[in-house]
Design a protein around this ligand. Structure first.
Ligand code: SF4
Length: 304
């Protein structure tokens, strides 16, 4: 495994509770990353020698602003490229937004990604991402606005003319529960590959506040409180991993076949089938599938 990127989930806590959230973030969620653990992971990432970039995400990382700044400072000091993803809840006016962003400019953060979509704002037009973008541009920060299109139903162009779902949502986490009810489904047997992850040679992982190292949200490589990143990578064998092995062989449909998982006839996309299958397997694979937070099973986990 040639690991080049680490994305910190600074917390599962967020100001919002979006329907499309992969990790069930909400104002009540816990799992906040302590600075000591963050520093330990940065040290281990530096020791690996392959990691180039560190991203700070969540949940909402600006809720933990001093730790976020210190994390960026420590990552820069180790020579990593850095980036931040935020929902801009703090950007109440452009002038005020600049006050929040100025320390990031001083730290020479590499990229600031700003979420702006109806999932975050609801039906009203939220001006805050715009304020944040204007302030970031004024400060000379490299900003990027992320927009997730809500799912829409259209007709397939493969000659069958079947209803299919378009949009950029992947149906895992809360999206696999909250957004699927009125959407067309395809037979579960069609989901023969994972659309997003290269499990044979993963290039980036997410590390959450509990120390879990995720290959996809809720699909774990291990925990840095028990084993170092170097050891986790060294012992990683994707083909013998009980969840990743089947995913490589035949996608989420192979998970269903391998473990004889009770299932419905159809699912909205591969992630929908994968998420529901993994949910059913959690009791058998507690070390590989977690934490509860990512499966919407315990939004009130004890803070670290
Ligand atoms: S199919 Fe499963 S492993 Fe692949 S991206 Fe979707 S949820 Fe993740």
């Amino acid at each position: 495994m040639n690991l080049t990127g680490i994305h910190f989930l600074m917390s599962y806590q967020c100001t919002h509770q979006c329907d499309h959230c992969f990790v069930w973030s909400s104002p009540r969620a816990g799992g906040t990353l302590p600075l000591e653990r963050l520093t330990k992971v940065l040290d281990q990432a530096q020791e690996l020698g392959t990691v180039r970039s560190i991203y700070f995400e969540g949940g909402e990382p600006f809720l933990f602003y001093p730790v976020l700044l210190e994390g960026i400072r420590q990552a820069k000091a180790r020579g990593f490229e850095t980036g931040v993803v935020t929902n801009c809840y703090w950007a109440t006016e452009e002038t005020d937004a600049a006050l929040w962003l100025e320390p990031l400019r001083e730290l020479e953060v590499g990229n600031v990604s700003l979420s702006s979509d109806t999932f975050h704002a609801g039906e009203v037009v939220d001006p805050r991402p715009g304020f944040a973008a204007e302030a970031a541009q004024r400060l000379g920060l490299d900003e990027f606005v992320i927009t997730i299109d809500p799912p829409t139903v259209c007709t397939s162009h493969d000659g069958k003319g079947e209803p299919i779902v378009s949009g950029s949502v992947r149906f895992r986490g809360r999206a696999a529960v909250e957004l699927v009810s009125d959407l067309p489904r395809r037979p579960w047997t069609e989901f023969n590959e994972c659309p997003d992850e290269d499990f044979v040679d993963p290039g980036r992982v997410h590390v959450d506040g509990y120390g879990n190292v995720h290959l996809c949200q809720g699909l774990l490589l291990g925990n840095v409180e028990q084993v170092t990143l170097r050891e986790l990578i060294g012992r990683y064998d994707p083909h013998t991993h009980p969840i990743i092995g089947p995913l490589i062989k035949g996608g989420p449909a192979e998970l269903v076949r391998r473990y004889d998982i009770p299932h419905e006839d159809g699912y909205v996309d591969a992630c929908h089938l994968c998420y529901q299958s993994r949910l059913a397997l959690r009791k058998n694979f507690a070390d590989e599938l977690g934490p509860d937070q990512v499966y919407g099973q315990n939004e009130r986990q004890t803070e670290c």
